[in-house]
Design a binder for this molecule. Structure first.
Ligand code: UD1
Length: 339
């Protein structure tokens, strides 16, 4: 079986590529190297003993995308990760986000829909905004997004749903990720933020290793048990496995409808302070932090109802928060050695 993985050198794409290769799937990995390092290809090969086909293609280039499908006429599925993902940057440079995230998606949908190649799309729990009720199910109403990044996820979902309606031989699964953290157990691949990390866990591990003086806990007077925000943190290996189950499901023709949506989380919420405590327990390290002002635009609490994915795909998160945090720490120490 041959599967196209766009953004395959990125954080989640690299972990999914490893699992696919380990299952004997032929992976065609595409990346424009905008926000990923070519070294990840070597690391994927080191972990799996297999080298995926690699094409440096920018999905904004329609002719290169079409040429890609001519080079690989026997693709059986596509997992589409290639997108920008920084909320703040998307507010500063909205056109960059619309052009890349929407333009790239449209370009790849043309050959996919024409050839009836099924698609798994990386969506995000950001589409729910601050949900009125928790946990969040797939039926929870979406809120207007507060950033162009969030809009590209909502629009991306809509574009794919419309494409499924218009093309009876085209199927898709939209995966709404909650908060992916952690790294491969080998500590050979993981999240590699460029510049100052915006997300909690890479900022935390960089602080503990001494790259940053202090972790700011954004907001401590929220209406939550300890006053800090709550999220559903999921180990990237669990998230990667959810893609494998989604692919099996897509290819097995068991789907109820041509476009299905699944939340991918653990179903458990953890506050920022709980996460810090769990990190300290898992690693024996002390986290230097201080309580500071809330971050504009933050959702107070979000965690998933995972009933649908458990029932339909038979997938369930296996790793604990401590295991995920320990793997993030192992990875941080590894990058420290490399850099
Ligand atoms: C953020 C994005 C979301 C995106 C996701 C991708 C925002 C508002 N949301 O989600 O759209 O899909 O990343 O992974 O940017 N925190 C701190 N100190 C820090 C960093 C974060 O206290 O230095 C807190 C935040 O306030 C939040 C929690 O940690 O409560 C998680 O933050 P983060 O990792 O940035 O994820 P989200 O905000 O959930």
């Amino acid at each position: 079986m041959k599967i196209l993985v766009t953004g395959g050198l990125g954080y989640i794409g690299s972990h999914v590529s490893v699992l696919l290769l380990e299952k004997g799937v032929d992976v065609v990995l595409v990346d424009n190297l905008d926000n990923a390092r070519i070294e990840v290809l070597e690391q994927i090969e080191r972990i799996t003993g297999k080298r995926p086909s690699f094409e440096q293609v920018d999905l904004k280039d329609q002719s290169r995308v079409e040429a890609l499908f001519e080079t690989y006429p026997d693709l059986e599925g596509c997992i589409h990760f290639a997108a920008h993902k920084a909320v703040g940057e998307s507010i500063e440079q909205p056109l960059l986000y619309y052009e890349n995230n929407i333009g790239g998606l449209v370009n790849i949908l043309k050959p996919l829909t024409r050839q009836g190649i099924p698609l798994i799309f990386s969506s995000s729990c950001t589409v729910y905004g601050q949900a009125r009720e928790l946990p969040i199910t797939e039926e929870t109403p979406l809120q207007p997004s507060t950033s162009p990044y969030g809009f590209t996820k909502q629009m991306g979902e809509q574009i794919i749903q419309d494409s499924c309606k218009a093309n009876p031989n085209f199927k898709s699964i939209l995966l709404r990720y909650f908060n992916p953290i952690g790294a491969h157990p080998s500590a050979q691949i993981g999240e590699y933020p460029q510049g100052v990390p915006q997300n909690l866990v890479p900022f935390l591990t960089q602080t503990v290793i001494g790259k940053r003086p202090l972790l700011n806990v954004f907001g401590s007077n929220y209406d939550t048990p300890d006053g800090t925000c709550i999220r559903d943190y999921i180990h990237v290996m669990d998230l990667a496995q959810a893609h494998i189950e989604s692919l099996n499901y897509l290819l097995s023709s068991k789907q109820n409808s041509s476009c299905e949506i699944f939340n991918v989380g653990t179903g458990r919420g953890a506050s920022v302070l709980e996460l810090i405590q769990e990190f300290e327990r898992a690693t024996g390290e002390k986290v230097p932090y201080e309580l500071s002002a809330p971050r504009a635009g933050d959702t107070v609490a979000a965690f998933a109802d995972v009933t649908k994915i458990e029932k339909q795909l038979g997938w369930k998160a296996q790793f604990s928060l401590q295991e995920a945090l320990k793997s993030a720490w192992d990875w941080e120490q590894q990058i420290h050695v490399l850099s």
